[in-house]
Design a protein around this ligand. Structure first.
Ligand SMILES: [Zn+2]
Length: 128
C-alpha cells in the first residue's frame, strides 16, 4: 500500500482509495494531480550491483522500509564472489533469495516463500 499526496494542497490519501474513487480528484481542493509517496533509494555498488529500497514515509520508523531489492554480486562467508539476488517485499509478502557461484554455475541458495514463512524460520518461538 502507498499514499498519494495532492500536489496543490498537500492532502494525503491512500493510493488504493484514489483508484476506486469515481473521480480521482482531491477531496479537499478538487485538484487532479497527485504524487506517489513511495520513496525509493537506488545505490549503485561495485560489480554491477544495485540495491533498491522503497520507503513509505507515512509509516512508523520500523515499518517504513517496504521493499528491498539487491541484484548483483556479494562475497559469501568464505570470501568467494557470488551472483546474488534478494528481494524482500513487505506489501506483497515475498521473500526471494538466489545465490549462484559464477565459476562453477552451481546454485547454492534458492529460496522463494512468503515473508511470513521466512520470518517463522528465524523465530526461536517456532522451533520444535
Ligand atoms: Zn488538494
Amino acid at each position: 500500500m502507498s499514499h498519494s499526496v495532492c500536489v496543490n494542497c498537500g492532502f494525503v490519501i491512500l493510493t488504493e482509495e484514489l483508484r476506486t474513487m469515481e473521480k480521482s480528484v482531491c477531496p479537499k481542493c478538487e485538484n487532479k494531480y497527485f504524487t506517489m509517496t513511495f520513496h525509493s533509494t537506488v545505490q549503485f555498488l561495485s560489480n554491477n550491483t544495485t540495491k533498491i529500497k522503497q520507503k513509505d514515509p507515512y509509516r512508523k520508523s520500523k515499518e517504513k522500509l517496504r521493499r528491498e531489492h539487491f541484484v548483483g554480486m556479494e562475497k559469501n562467508s568464505k570470501g568467494d564472489l557470488m551472483i546474488k539476488e534478494r528481494l524482500i517485499d513487505k506489501d506483497s509478502s515475498i521473500y526471494y533469495e538466489f545465490v549462484k557461484n559464477p565459476d562453477t554455475g552451481e546454485v547454492t541458495r534458492l529460496c522463494k516463500e512468503s515473508l511470513k514463512e521466512h520470518m517463522d524460520h528465524g523465530s526461536a518461538k517456532n522451533k520444535k
